[in-house]
Ligand binder design. Structure first.
Ligand SMILES: [Zn+2]
Length: 478
């Protein structure tokens, strides 16, 4: 396997060695000027970026992993002293070790980071650092610091930010011809920003109950890995290596903290087992999982078995998978991710009744865990029970009206019921929530043209279309 590229755009803007910076001697970065880059503009930029993310094949559309990451992220946000913002955490399927903050509180994490972190505290340390970049308005400051005439269109800026953060190699090729290319370098965080994000990230880490040594441990390993870099590394990574002074700061802070042993959550172990079981060929994944389990090379037997079932399902060995599922279900209480896997195993083996029974048990036991609700709705649709699916969709939408996955399921449910207006309308809502207003207007127009639906449904759809048209027009002006 090739050595995974270590791409760390936000940790790069590091220069000369300075004294270890403890809390007291942080520079005052001042209030951010919102004159040239308003909060609304930042939100619009964030939406434009997420529209690109959601259509990027590397975006990992996995509700369970995304749900875990949002839980971890919000746990850290909730102990931040500056937590008035909204956040959205998402996962990018990419083997490089990376995490990045985007305008509008959108924070991306590469699967490479999830797999490389040796503890949950290490993952939390990187995520908290990114959260601090958001709470401190670092991107808005960088944008505001430039004179306005230098900025290209919003779309080009969105592309430049996304590309330079998530994948600098692709960035150079994809945007070399655009204006955005010239501004890429101006979007790297300064040393002061990095120090501020380190310090506030550390605060969140300790307050959130994570091991502060996770931060220095992880960055030290990264520094070592960087030494093996060859000429294919991004230019700015070679010119701005991870310096030892930031690591020294982290170590000084960690040593000053009281010792605490922090256990990784089962969620963290399950999602890593899942990601690992999805690498390699299905047969190799089964073999690796079986060996790990037999030789007891695991930190959690449950997670290890969970990984084995994932691999067995990929290899379409349904009978073997079911035997392992039985062992997992014997352990009470059953974790929602295990309940979901059990239902999926039944569905894959063609046992629809058992799958629905497992989904029902899971959503009763964990009513707040949305991925189980999604799975149950899908299973009901697969069984052509659209009336039951609709009842569940409506109940969930009343609770989470901004969930684009729920709206997509609502569209499928209405389609199965033969409701054309409502189906297009739901698809339009999903598109709008993914940042794509043009597609939303198109879909709702198709719905209005469909000619079914009540007078009330029709006027609601028309009102919604007017709203989106206004928003789209004002966005285009900018
Ligand atoms: Zn940073």
């Amino acid at each position: 396997m090739p050595f995974p590229a270590l791409i760390l755009p936000c940790w790069l803007a590091l220069a000369l060695a300075v004294q270890p910076a403890l809390a007291a001697d942080l520079p005052d970065l001042g209030e951010v000027s919102r004159q040239y880059f308003s909060d609304q503009e930042e939100q619009a930029l964030g939406r434009a970026i997420m529209r690109d993310v959601y259509t990027d094949p590397r975006y990992l559309d996995d509700p369970e992993i995304e749900s875990y990451l949002n839980q971890l992220g919000y746990k850290l946000v909730s102990v931040s002293t500056r937590n008035q913002r909204e956040f959205n955490f998402f996962v990018v399927s990419d083997p490089s070790i990376n995490a990045f903050a985007m305008p509008g509180g959108n924070i991306g994490v590469h699967t490479g980071l999830l797999l490389a972190a040796q503890s949950e505290s290490e993952l939390a340390s990187v995520v908290s650092h990114e959260i601090a970049h958001v709470t401190q308005d670092h991107i808005a400051r960088m944008v505001a610091a430039q004179s306005q005439s230098q900025w290209p269109t919003m779309a080009a800026l969105a592309l430049a930010l996304l590309a330079s953060r998530s994948n600098p190699n692709v960035a150079s090729a994809a945007i070399a011809s655009t204006q955005a290319y010239s501004i890429q370098n101006q979007l790297n965080y300064s040393r002061d920003y990095e120090r501020e994000a380190d310090r506030l990230g550390y605060e969140m880490l300790t307050r959130g109950g994570y091991d502060p040594r996770g931060m220095s441990g992880f960055f030290t390993r990264l520094e070592r890995a960087n030494r093996f870099y060859d000429s294919s590394a991004p230019a700015y990574l070679r010119t701005h290596p991870l310096t030892s002074d930031r690591i020294a700061d982290m170590q000084a802070r960690a040593e000053a903290a009281s010792y605490q042993q922090v256990q990784d959550s089962l969620d963290f172990q399950l999602l890593r087992a899942r990601l690992r079981a999805q690498e390699d060929s299905p047969q190799d994944a089964v073999l690796a999982s079986r060996n790990a389990l037999k030789e007891k090379r695991y930190s959690s037997e449950t997670a290890s078995r969970y990984g084995l079932v994932t691999a067995l399902l990929r290899a379409r060995q349904f009978r073997e998978a079911e035997a392992e599922v039985q062992k997992l279900l014997a352990d009470k209480p059953v974790h929602p991710m295990i309940q979901q896997l059990a239902a999926r195993a039944a569905l894959a083996a063609g046992n629809q009744a058992l799958a629905l029974q497992r989904y029902q048990a899971g959503s009763t036991a964990h009513p707040g865990y949305r991925p189980l609700q999604f799975g149950q709705i899908e299973a009901l649709l697969a069984a052509s029970r659209s009336k039951d699916a609709l009842a569940l969709v409506d109940r969930q939408l009343a609770l989470y009206p901004l969930d684009r996955r729920l709206w997509r399921l609502a569209a499928q449910t209405h389609a199965q019921q033969g409701h054309r207006l409502l189906s297009h309308r739901a698809q339009a809502e999903a598109a709008a929530l993914s940042g794509n207003l043009v597609a939303a207007i198109e879909q709702v127009s198709l719905g209005i043209k469909a000619g079914d639906g009540s007078f009330h449904e029709l006027s609601a759809a028309e009102a919604r279309r007017r709203e989106w048209q206004e928003a789209e027009k004002s966005q285009r002006k900018k």
